[in-house]
Design a protein around this ligand. Sequence first.
Ligand code: AHR
Length: 334
Amino acid sequence: MGKMRTQSAPWRAAAVLASVLLVGGVAACGNSDTGGGGTKDDGKITMGFSQVGAESGWRTANTISIKEAATAAGIELKFDDAQQKQENQIKAIRNYIQQKVDVIAFSPVVESGWDTVLKEAKDAGIPVILTDRSVDSADKSLYKTFLGSDFVKEGKLAGEWLVEQKKTASGPVNIVELQGSTGAAPANDRKKGFAEAIAANPNLKVIASQTGDFTRAGGKQVMEQFLKANPKIDVLFAHNDDMGLGALEAITAAGKVPGKDITIITIDAVKDGMQALADGKFNFIAECSPLLGPQLMDLAKKVKAGEEVPARIETEETTFTTEQAKEALPNRKY
Ligand code: AHR
């Protein structure tokens, strides 16, 4: 018959002490686990990210940048594609709150309607970082920072280039505008910046302006309508490359030469757009950089560590003419 080992008195005391310490330790961890609203404190960072969708080449490059940067930074990324729908983004953010992620980051599909869900994240003690696009919430304490482009400036740069090109025009210059998704910050802001810039020359007139939803299909379809309704179109301003690329098909099908019969200005500078510019089908691009991943991960680490971060971090960007596109294309990564 096997013998049961009995513990001596000192061993029993040590075991009791150890279990008290262990329970105390777990309890202490438990406190800090839920401290500040329920996020884990295991040294690792989990980020819940809600992406707008996959509507454009820009968006694809942005998603790749975020995923690669998370891996490089050792951040666990929970990723959700909202398919251009605000309700999907709100659902994803609520899931991330329930899962007690350390940081929530998202690129809001539209500007308005975020206060309730942002407040829920704040009440749960989960910091939120806005990336690429911002929200119009009056309460700036609902998010830690906004990392992204100045969309008004992009529209302005596009408009200023056109003003310079058409400075000797003696008659009306008819412009059609392909807007981004309705209610999205880049659509609102690029429209505003462009309108402000072209106001410098009363000959420059936007004769039609409609959303193409930031997609190639949308750009093509709306440009077809523009061409049917307007016999004289001199300029197309598209809020992104993809809509401009879709519009090229409509312009060619209508028997016009893009880049010559119709001057084409776009925003983004993704590879396909840059190729069209180098080929002379586009005439000017204002850059919008999608490579936000590394900065976003850096911010997540800082925010998790309780460090102060600037309320606004603006992306560095440039513009491209045909010659500059030819030069930049061989090294263009996206
Ligand atoms: O928010 C950035 C914009 O969204 C890009 O210009 C566009 O291509 C994308 O879909």
